[in-house]
Design a protein around this ligand. Structure first.
Ligand code: SAM
Length: 498
């Protein structure tokens, strides 16, 4: 028996001891193709609506359930930092920790998460990508947290500093980023045994993770969606649903010994099938609708053909491009006109970058900024006074009336040229290796070379978007010419009709 299989058996014994149950329609297996990563497979056909697992909340490793809770809360640690301390603390207890059996299947760290890559690896593999600067900033912030929060905590609590070193902190952060869930208001974020063994598939999950709670103040049943991660993106899709519905606990699942435990304890998490799955296939969860940069950032992997990919063009880069064509006075005044236009429309939104969607469409604000930068002096002065800009042949448009739906009217010859230049400048951020070099390198790269493999997928997916941006800019030309714009008011009506 391999070490991993032995560890899985130990984990299964630990689950039984902690009343974590799963139906015999699923099993925990390893994937020899993927460096013995763990996955969940259907052993029999499973039907939509089947409850395949139940997990008592107190079996989850959270700040509240950890034996270091009083120390952590007494020192007012919160969020990521608090959970990282709980994880490091329990790990330091070895076999004395109630989660020792769980640690048998939880890796010590997730080396695929870029936070754990060396600076040289980040510079080499992520150059030019959306993650390059972000991950370097993350590393500095995590170090700062360790120095200003963890070290004083360890000293004050008189814990062994060797259990809470910088390396252990980075390791805990990588696990929290790639495996933690939002449980509920009481338990907060935490590590959820068994639920964290399901791999991700974008927009094609088989299972939903549901929390059945008795902490509700309300007499009536209610349900709401909550997050699976503890990061600062609360508006993203959730993995986890809360159902304050005690009747769910009495539903008949496939658990032979489950009934007593389930009826006496409403503090449980459930995994419910949301589609039928055939015997022999992997059962997937979803970690949310994320592009490859976000997936690699938090979880350390990417997906081919991910529909949520994006690439950004920084405002700074647009200003560099403008300064290469015009005086810095020109750039400053055009920027300020664009900002006042933008702020009058969206006063609370500061824009530092512009998103290019997976199909190569730039957001309207980028088109407006390029348009304003490129306005000839006379037209610009007119625009500055009247807020009506002339596109061609003295036909006017009101920039504040241009939205995502009618933005193509801004694709004049010069704006298209601007977009092409920006695509070229953004492309240069990837360094001397061409897109073809990246594609060839990916062909030769085994999936098990995870850092290289996923960074190549990310680079290629971003560069494909830049290719599409170029196509968007070029296709726009015929469209704009054929608009044959008339006078300003007629044009505005046309725009409103779309
Ligand atoms: C919550 S764990 C899932 C269980 C994990 N396979 C294990 O061995 O413990 C999340 C990690 O699994 C891996 N993973 C999940 N979905 C994946 C996918 N679609 N492709 C590649 N790796 C994936 C990544 O390493 C990710 O950080």
């Amino acid at each position: 028996m391999t070490t991993t299989n032995r560890r899985i058996r130990a984990f299964k014994r630990w689950m039984t001891h902690n009343s974590i149950q799963h139906s015999d329609t699923i099993n925990i297996l390893t994937d020899p193709q993927q460096d013995n990563q763990i996955l969940i497979k259907a052993m029999h056909n499973i039907n939509q609506g089947d409850i395949i697992a139940t997990i008592p909340k107190q079996s989850c490793l959270t700040v509240k359930s950890s034996s270091a809770c009083h120390l952590i809360e007494g020192f007012c640690l919160e969020g990521y930092i608090a959970l990282a301390v709980a994880v490091m603390y329990e790990k330091s207890l070895g076999p004395l920790s109630p989660w020792f059996g769980y640690f048998q299947v939880m890796p010590d760290r997730n080396d695929d998460v870029p936070l754990l890559w060396s600076v040289d690896e980040i510079d080499e593999l992520l150059l030019g990508t959306e993650l390059h600067k972000t991950v370097k900033e993350d590393k500095a912030l995590v170090y700062e947290d360790w120095k200003t929060c963890i070290m004083p905590f360890v000293e004050s609590a008189q814990l062994d500093p060797s259990d809470f070193g910088l390396d252990q902190y980075f390791a805990a952060k990588s696990l929290i980023s790639s495996r933690s869930f939002q449980i509920d208001d009481y338990y907060g974020f935490g590590m959820v045994p068994l639920a964290d063994l399901f791999n991700h598939k974008t927009d094609a999950e088989d299972v939903h993770f549901t929390s059945v709670s008795s902490h509700s103040d309300s007499e009536t049943d209610s349900s709401e969606n909550i997050e699976n991660r503890i990061d600062d993106h609360p508006d993203e899709d959730s993995l986890c649903q809360i159902q304050n519905d005690p009747t769910v606990t009495s539903q008949e699942g496939d658990f032979s010994a489950a009934d007593d435990t389930l009826s006496s304890n409403t503090e449980i998490l459930e995994m419910i099938m949301v589609r039928d799955v055939k015997a022999g296939t992997e059962v997937f969860n979803t970690y949310g609708s994320m592009g490859n940069a976000a997936l690699l950032h938090r979880y350390g992997f990417t997906e081919p053909d991910n529909p949520y990919n994006i690439v950004n063009i920084d405002l700074e880069l647009v200003l560099q491009w403008s300064s290469s064509l015009y005086s810095s006075r020109h750039t400053r005044s055009r920027l300020s006109s664009w900002k006042s236009l933008h702020l009058s429309e969206l006063p609370d939104q500061q824009i530092d970058y512009f998103e290019i969607s997976s199909d190569g469409e730039p957001e309207v604000e980028l088109l407006k900024l390029i348009f304003i930068i490129l306005l000839p002096e006379k037209a610009y002065n007119e625009f500055d006074r009247s807020k009506v800009a002339l596109i061609s042949n003295k036909k006017g448009i009101v920039l504040s009336e241009i939205t995502e739906t009618n933005k193509k009217v801004l694709l004049t010859e010069s704006v298209r040229g601007g977009l092409l230049s920006l695509a070229d400048i953004r492309e240069k951020c990837y360094g001397s290796r061409s897109m073809e070099d990246d594609v060839e390198a990916l062909k030769d790269c085994p999936v098990t070379e995870t850092k290289l493999y996923h960074s190549l997928v990310l680079r290629i997916s971003e560069r494909r978007i830049l290719e599409k941006l170029r196509a968007y800019a070029s296709v726009g030309s015929a469209r704009v010419r054929s608009l044959g714009v008339c006078n300003g008011s007629t044009l505005r009506k046309k725009l409103q009709k779309r």
